[in-house]
Design a protein around this ligand. Structure first.
Ligand SMILES: *Cc1c(COP(=O)(O)O)cnc(C)c1O
Length: 394
């Protein structure tokens, strides 16, 4: 039975649909619409969609459907809805479930665009949002109240890699009747145990580890069938954030190898963090897999691995961090993550540039901080590359 398959078997085979040609690789149904054999068939399909029936690619498409079924099987949710980007998934999940007057509690350490949705968009439409320090359970306890509709959090924060105690936050949220919505990008679908920890809605930017090769944008919302088909789908199909069939095909091919890639990248990230820990030119080496990480025990309890991203805080500050970045020969300077190429980012001047100084400091985004998304290169080459850069960091 397909349900009994392990994750790696599901990643290769789950939900495969073959046409009459029996193609081995997934077909790309690059079509915006579908032809009906008769007017009666068209009418029937608009009344109720049958199994394997489609109307319009904004509503659904066979290639996209295979991707949705496969990622849901991997995450362990009943269903999933694929979106044009990670942000279409975050905004779609939240705006489809919330309305004016609702109350949301969110962790403060968020990806910039997520912060924009919570702080600007939801408030503009009359949703009350309370921000908390996600690692402080007392703040969650104080902010969640009876009638709170949802809590939102990134299970591992960007770029300082704080880990939120998902199970404890979920218990507090559920006691108040709130849904737990998790942006799980840094945990990755490979290491996620979010369902087991109590998450109700799990969101991925497929642009990151699911593609894993820096080619295409995509996103996905995972949840119960009632939530995905009853709440998310009606909103998404009318607001237009559908994933293109071509990008769904890229993401399907990404899923085929994601387990091998993410495990190799995470092993390399740990080896790099261990090699650089204690280097006098670094004020901090941050990686949830290090026992020195403040939430190491929580990370070990709620995930099957520690992710592919680490952060290095160059003690001498911005100019020194720039010298390190400019010296890199293997890692590239960019802002994606989860890629097969190692990517180095200076959050204070790029991804988090717009934050006011006091907020950067509060979030630990220091002038010397470098975020490193570890790729598939030889670990020794990456360590040598970073050490050569650090030799210029004084
Ligand atoms: C990249 C990212 C997003 C947005 O994804 P896109 O595919 O770029 O829209 C959302 N949340 C987190 C944590 C991310 O890293």
């Amino acid at each position: 039975m397909a349900q009994d398959w392990g994750k790696r078997t599901k990643l290769v085979h789950h939900g495969a649909r073959r046409s009459q040609y029996g193609e081995v690789a997934e077909a790309i149904y690059l079509t915006q619409g579908f032809v009906y054999p008769t007017a009666e068939a068209a009418e029937a399909r608009f009344v109720a969609l049958g199994e394997d029936e489609f109307i319009y690619a904004r509503y659904g498409n066979p290639t996209v459907a295979v991707f949705e079924e496969r990622i849901a099987a991997l995450e362990g949710t009943e269903d999933a809805f694929a979106t044009a980007s990670g942000m279409a998934a975050v905004s779609g999940a939240l705006t489809s479930m919330l309305r004016a007057g609702d109350h949301v509690v969110s962790s403060r350490a968020l990806f910039g665009s997520c912060l924009y949705i919570l702080e600007e968009v939801l408030r503009r439409y009359g949703v009350e949002v309370t921000f908390v320090d996600g690692t402080d359970l007392d703040q969650w306890r104080a902010a969640i109240r009876p009638g709170t509709k949802a809590v939102f959090l990134e299970s591992i924060s960007n770029p300082t890699l704080e880990v939120i105690d998902l199970k404890s936050v979920a218990d507090l949220a559920h006691a108040a009747g709130a849904l737990v919505v998790v942006d799980n990008v840094f945990a990755t679908p490979v290491f996620s145990r979010a369902v087991e920890m109590g998450a109700d809605v799990i969101i991925y930017s497929a642009t990151k580890h699911i593609d894993g090769q820096g080619r295409a944008l995509g996103g996905v919302i995972c949840g119960t069938r009632a939530f995905i088909r009853g709440v998310v789908e009606p909103y998404m199909k009318h607001t237009g954030g559908a994933l293109s069939p071509f990008n769904a095909w890229i993401m399907l091919n990404g899923l085929t190898t994601i387990d091998l890639r993410v495990r190799a990248q995470a092993a390399s990230a740990l080896a790099i963090a261990e090699a650089l820990q204690g280097d006098p030119r670094l004020a901090r080496v941050i990686y949830p897999g290090l026992t020195s990480h403040p939430q190491h025990a929580i990370a070990a309890a709620q995930m099957d691995g520690f992710g592919t991203v680490l952060a290095l805080d160059v003690a001498a500050g911005k100019e020194a961090a720039f010298r390190v970045l400019n010296a890199l020969q293997v890692a590239v300077i960019s802002n994606n993550l989860g890629d097969a190429r190692t990517i180095a980012t200076h959050p204070a001047t790029t991804t988090h540039q717009r934050l006011p100084e006091d907020q950067k400091i509060a979030l630990g985004i220091t002038p010397g901080l470098i975020r490193l998304s570890v790729g598939l290169e030889d670990t020794d080459d990456l360590i040598a590359d970073l050490r050569a850069g650090l030799d210029l960091a004084n």
